[in-house]
Every structure is written in C-alpha cells, then in structure tokens.
Design a protein around this ligand. Structure first.
Ligand code: SF4
Length: 336
C-alpha cells in the first residue's frame, strides 16, 4: 500500500515486523514474542517531516531503531533511496548510517562525559570520513554557529550545558556528517515548552536550508503539530491512521486519534473537542487483542471489531491521502 502522495519517497518501509522473543519461564512453555512492530508500511517524501505518535509501547521508537538496523527487523523492507537496507553490505550500511542520523531525548546519554564537544564532532566526522583535516576547524565553528552556540562551546564538556544547549549540540553532531534524513526520537520531550519551541524552530530552519527529511517520533501531539507535514498514529505495533497534518488535526477519523487529540489542553473553548475517554491501559503486545487491537478500550467497539482486523484504507473525507484502520470510521465521523 502506498500511503504517500506521489511516491517520491526517500524512505519507504514495507511490511515491517519487529518481534522480540520473550524468555521462557517453563521448559514446555510455547515460544512467545513481543510484537513491538507488526506489519507496517509507510513512506516519507524528501524534504518533509513525518511524525509518528502514540502512547508508550506503541512501537514508534522501535520503528526508528529498525530503520537504522540498530535492531535487525524480523521481516520487511526498509528502502532508502530505493535501496533495501536489509540487504546491503556492512560497508554500505556504514555510509548510510552517516546519511540517516538520529537525535535522542538526551544526546549525551551514550557519550563519554570526559570528551569535549570538539572531540565528539571530530570523532563523528572521522567515522564517516567527511571534511578533511585542514577544513575541520572552520567546519566545527560553522556548526556551532548554525545551531546558535558560541565557538568556545567546542572546548567544553557535556555536563556544562543546559538541556536545550545539549539538544543544539546533538543537532550539530548529526549535521556534522551531512545527513539526508534525521530521526528525532522524543528529541524535545525533556525540554521546557519555551526551549522546545526554540529547538523546533531551529529544526524547521535547518530543514528548509538543507532540504532535510525528518522522522519525528513523539508522544506529544501538540509538539507534532508544529513540525509535521504528515502524521502517523500507532497503537500496539500497528498504524491506525496516517494523514496530512491539517487533515489529521481538523478531521481525525480513528477513535484513538480523536481521544489523543481531545486530551490536548486548550484555552480555545470555542474549538474544544468533545472528550473521548479511553479506558484502561494498553494491552500486552505479547498477546494483542483479537480483531481491532483497540477494541478493549474503544467506546464504539462492536462484535465485528472484536473478530475482524481492520485494514489501513483510504477514506474519502475530502482528502485522497488520509488512511485509517477502523470498521466504523464513517459512522463515527458523521456523529462527531
Ligand atoms: Fe473502535 Fe471498532 Fe474502529 Fe477499532 S474498528 S477503532 S474497535 S470502532
């Protein structure tokens, strides 16, 4: 299924599954798997942002890690510029890892706290073999300027920076190897609202300047609204809705998306959404519910929902680029 507008995608994920085996507690116990990502397909157009949203455990971060092959996918394709990353050599994968960068919630969590920013950037450029030694100094100063930090930041250690500055350095590190795609995994989640806005604006400016493509993973729909072109909503390892940002925010069709949107605090009482309550917790991804995985929490569930899995299909609500997996979307939308 092609759920993009015109197929000019830089990244395409087809039928991706990521199952993790569960340790057996008894010898005769049947082998079980956590179905973190269960047969999803989507693509991202060059120079745009696709956001992936959903509650914790929905599979959004695992999707990002599987694209990078930080977790080897159980099955499926990840096409980057039409090349399947699962089949390329280690040398080719190393090159692609330079072109697809990732920014985590805390970019320093995995770094040596005794290394200065200069050493960190040098190391990244050495690994990807970009920028010759004579031009390194100028490039590092330029990178600091691009992300809005003074040049003497290069001599400082990670702990000397605030959360927002750390994210700026994470962005500089990603940019240092001239990426095409950046996966932002909860990249602004730990920041105060005002700092979040600054980092989102910086990411938008850089996207325009360098024609970057973002996969923006977040649990926070109010953040996603500021940066996305398209938004994909996941629930228990499945895509439940994917649409252009405006369509998704103005006319969400899936009850889960509607519930997520109705939970966003707003001061605009004229446009406040009718609250949709979703009860209980997300079920276990080891034994997901039959039929529609959302049926145990959906206020509109019927017998059909409990027995038949809804497929991701295009819905004609004025947009030809809005896909949803729900048996009763039309009725629910008509009554919303
Ligand atoms: Fe709710 Fe049924 Fe739609 Fe699932 S298919 S979201 S249970 S109405």
């Amino acid at each position: 299924m092609d759920n993009t507008k015109n197929g000019t995608s830089i990244l395409a994920v087809n039928d991706l599954k990521q199952y993790f085996p569960v340790k057996k507690e008894k010898i005769r116990q049947k082998k079980q798997y956590v179905k973190a990502v269960d047969d999803i397909s989507f693509s991202v157009e060059k120079g745009t942002t696709l956001s992936i949203v959903g509650e914790s455990g929905c599979g959004k971060s695992t999707t990002g890690r599987s694209i990078l092959r930080l977790e080897e996918p159980t099955s499926g394709e990840v096409l980057y510029n039409n090349v399947d990353l699962a089949t390329i050599s280690k040398k080719e994968l190393k090159k692609v890892r330079g072109e697809i960068q990732v920014i985590f919630q805390d970019p320093f969590a995995s770094l040596n706290p005794r290394r200065t920013i200069r050493k960190m950037l040098n190391e990244a450029m050495d690994i990807q073999n970009v920028v010759d030694k004579e031009n390194r100094e100028a490039r590092m100063i330029e990178l600091m300027s691009i992300v809005g930090l003074p040049a003497d930041s290069l001599e400082r250690l990670p702990h000397e920076f605030s959360g927002g500055q750390r994210q700026r350095i994470g962005i500089a590190r990603a940019l240092s190897v001239n990426p095409e795609v950046i996966i932002c995994d909860e990249a602004v989640s730990a920041l105060d609202v005002s700092i979040q806005a600054q980092i989102l604006n910086l990411l938008k400016e850089l996207q325009k300047k360098y024609d970057l493509t973002y996969l923006f993973i977040s649990h926070d729909l109010s953040v996603v609204r500021h940066i996305s072109n398209r938004v994909m909503v996941m629930y228990l390892g499945k895509i439940v809705e994917i649409a252009d940002k405006k369509d998704l925010f103005d006319a969400p069709l899936h009850p889960y998306t509607q519930a997520l949107l109705s939970a966003i605090p707003t001061t605009d009482l004229d446009h406040k959404r009718k609250e949709i309550e979703i009860k209980g917790d997300v079920p276990s991804p080891i034994n997901p519910p039959s039929g529609c995985r959302f049926h145990t929490r959906c206020p509109f569930a019927t017998d059909k929902c409990r027995n038949e899995e809804p497929q991701l299909e295009m819905k004609m609500n004025g947009s030809d680029n809005h896909f949803i997996a729900c048996h009763h979307a039309d009725e629910i939308y008509a009554n919303s």
